[in-house]
Design a binder for this molecule. Structure first.
Ligand SMILES: [Zn+2]
Length: 175
């Protein structure tokens, strides 16, 4: 593929217009890219269903009624606000320190936890596993010329998905 082709010559997804220059992109017979065909739309269940889930889980709770995974961004901060101030759930905030977390993110989490009077736990691998996985992925992708979809976040995604389970254990020490 020549990189200096005229933009009109670049093949694009007929649905989302992503160009053929995106690493790992493929097109089906209708010209729709693999990112569009692989997309699974989330089904919004509504507030009534959320209320029902919360009431059901509240009855089952032993130590915490809610675990809130926190990144320090707006979405998780709002989730903590909803859990503590709107639904009045006994909550524990948890953060996976993926070794790339900024001081600002940590400060945001601490301030949100103070403001909502919430226990906070942060977890980090003792062996810097996220950094090692990211370095390994980057090396592999560089050696292949970025021909496949980059996935240097694989280590982080494992941590983000598993840490809330650790945080639900009552004997886990909080910071
Ligand atoms: Zn597409």
């Amino acid at each position: 593929m020549k990189l200096n082709r005229n933009l009109k010559e670049v093949r694009r997804c007929t649905k989302c217009i992503m160009p053929e220059t995106v690493p790992g992109i493929t097109f089906n017979k209708d010209g729709v890219c693999n990112f569009c065909t692989g997309f699974q739309e989330l089904k919004y269940l509504g507030k009534d269903k959320l209320d029902e889930i919360i009431e059901t889980q509240r009855k089952k709770a032993i130590d915490y009624e809610c675990i809130v995974p926190m990144s320090g961004g707006r979405d998780s901060t709002y989730a903590l606000y909803l859990a503590r101030n709107v639904y009045k759930l006994k909550s524990r905030a948890i953060n996976y320190d993926n070794e790339f977390r900024t001081e600002q993110a940590l400060n945001n989490i601490k301030r949100a936890c103070e403001a909502t009077n919430t226990e906070f736990l942060t977890v980090r691998s003792k062996q810097d596993i996220s950094t090692k996985i990211a370095r390994s992925q980057l090396r592999e992708e560089l050696s292949m010329g970025f021909v496949k979809r980059p996935n240097i976040c694989r280590g982080c995604s494992y941590g983000i998905k598993s840490i809330p389970f650790i945080g639900s254990l009552s004997n886990t020490k909080c910071l």
